[in-house]
Write a protein that binds this ligand. Structure first.
Ligand code: NAI
Length: 479
């Protein structure tokens, strides 16, 4: 704690650089800046204590400072061990009006290159307020929500289960953290869970977890699925990835992609952006899919659809985008060409069999530089794994650019206002924002890019059965 602000970041000396990049990003985030103007006098988030778990980047800094401009108190951690931009974290702690000697910003617990123990420590610190706990959670991938739910569940049972031998290392760390907190502060997580009015969730994987909790009747508070706002998943997941996937591959390896064969596993929103990104560099792209609809989309877009086993002998680059587990196994890696680049851009690292790779008999690992490892098999061939299997666009590069994140984060801010100010109208279910607000977010960004929207006449509006002011589509429309 310095100057009253609690924090754990790499170096407050980087704050000035962070502040300069935040200033540039603000201009590229017209949605967030419009919300700051719209609510300049109303402070709809006054009284909100938001615990946020989301990649601590420059763009997230603009989100955090929008939440505080609207009246919220905020504590923050990153939702990935490699995704923090240390200068952004420092600038948020220092704040626009503070100095490194006298920070006046927001408590942040995040640095690039955390261990798993440090990561969960940061998540716990972010959820632990002096006095009253958080009353709102802003989550990306659901780790903050998971900690509160599992903590509450085990406190109710009075015991934290012992880890199983084949549990993933990360789960063992979570169990150890909860075991310690049950011993030292019994009731901690139950109290936090009872105080939270709601969560707004950023990504596909976190949303899946929320729907599972709701289906089992275990969701402790209402949730807004931000991911499935059209102006989130159809933009960030797709066009954001189109930008940041090749950024990560370039910064990690600087290998020419043109003329190479790239395999994209999964052709959902992220896969569509990934395939386009690689094709844009001149790579030949082959897609793997389980879902015939997405597979057919890939074919219509001009990509071959094959099984991974079929295409492995040709692959130079393999990227997973499925949000599923065990997609590329060590047996696949053992059969790859020399120096095939392997990376994941889905939320969790279990898309790649990193545990199997580390255990493979005779395997050798050489770190080329942070977040780039060469793994050499006993037969002499090697593969290059980016970000240890964690989302490579944030591990090897700086994630999505500001303009696309302005869309996502505008939805986040609107969802926080909605759940905080009209909480009584929400049950312990998962909701989406109304289409009207989705269209509002889009309109701001269309205009910021100099676009001109055509206005419906009253007569036309009646003919297609919509209001002149929107919403312009029914809820079942798919874009
Ligand atoms: P999605 O559900 O639209 O797409 C996933 C696709 O993978 C689906 O079409 C599914 O049929 C396919 N799939 C599932 N298992 C498969 C398998 N074994 N082999 C081949 N295909 C398989 O989900 P979306 O929105 O594309 O997100 C994917 C992941 O990316 C999620 O984990 C999400 O949280 C994450 N994400 C990461 C971002 C980043 O910046 N790195 C940004 C946005 C989302």
């Amino acid at each position: 704690t310095v100057g009253g602000v609690e924090f754990a970041v790499a170096d407050l000396g980087e704050a000035e650089f962070g502040r300069k990049e935040i200033r540039l990003a603000e201009h590229e985030m017209p949605g967030l800046m419009a919300l700051r103007r719209e609510y300049a006098e109303a402070y709809p988030l006054r009284g909100a204590r938001i615990s946020g778990s989301l990649h601590m980047t420059v763009q997230t800094a603009v989100l955090i400072e929008t939440l505080t401009a609207l009246g919220a108190e905020v504590r923050w951690a990153s939702c990935n061990i490699f995704s923090t931009q240390d200068h952004a974290a420092a600038a948020v702690v220092v704040g626009p009006h503070g100095t490194p000697e006298e920070p006046r910003g927001v408590p942040v617990f995040a640095w690039k290159g955390e261990t798993l123990e440090e990561y969960w420590w940061c998540t716990e610190r972010m959820l632990t307020w002096d006095g009253e706990g958080p009353n709102m959670i802003l989550d990306d991938g659901g780790d903050a929500t998971l900690l509160v739910h599992k903590g509450t569940e085990y406190e109710k049972a009075g015991v934290v289960p012992a880890p199983e031998a084949d549990d993933p290392d990360e789960w063992k760390v979570v169990l150890e953290l909860l075991r310690r907190s049950l011993a030292e502060r019994p009731g901690k997580w139950t109290k936090i869970g009872e105080g939270v009015l709601g969560v707004t969730e950023e990504t596909t994987t976190g949303v899946l977890r929320l729907y599972q909790l709701a289906a089992q009747g275990q969701l402790l508070f209402p949730a807004i699925n931000v991911n499935d706002s059209v102006t989130k998943s159809k933009f960030d997941n797709r066009y954001g990835i189109r930008h940041s996937l090749i950024d990560g591959i370039n910064r990690g390896t600087d290998v020419l992609m043109a003329g190479k064969t790239a395999v994209v596993c999964g052709y959902g929103d992220v896969g569509k952006g990934a395939a386009e990104s690689l094709r844009g560099q001149g790579a030949r792209v082959v897609v793997t899919e389980i879902d015939p609809i997405c597979a057919l989309q890939a074919q219509m877009d001009g990509y071959q659809v094959k099984r991974l086993e079929t295409v492995l002998p040709e692959a130079d680059i393999v990227i997973t985008t499925t949000g599923n587990k065990d997609v590329v196994m060590v047996e696949h890696m053992a059969r790859m060409k020399h120096q095939t680049i392997v990376g994941n851009i889905g939320h969790f690292d279990n898309e790649l069999d990193m545990a199997g790779l580390a255990r493979y008999p005779g395997i050798r690992r050489i770190t080329i530089k942070p977040q780039v490892d060469e793994w050499t098999f006993p037969d002499g061939h090697s593969i290059i794994v980016l970000s240890e299997g964690r989302l490579l666009n944030l591990g090897n590069a700086t994630g999505h650019p500001s303009f696309v994140m302005s869309n996502s984060f505008s939805n986040q801010v609107i969802a926080q206002i909605e759940l905080f100010t009209r909480n009584a109208e929400y049950d312990r279910e998962v909701y989406r924002l109304p289409k009207k607000l989705d269209e509002k977010v889009a309109r701001i960004h269309v205009e910021a890019l100099g676009g001109e929207l055509t206005k419906l006449t009253k007569d036309q509006a009646e003919y297609i059965d919509v209001d002149v002011e929107g919403p312009f589509k029914s809820d079942h429309y798919r874009y």
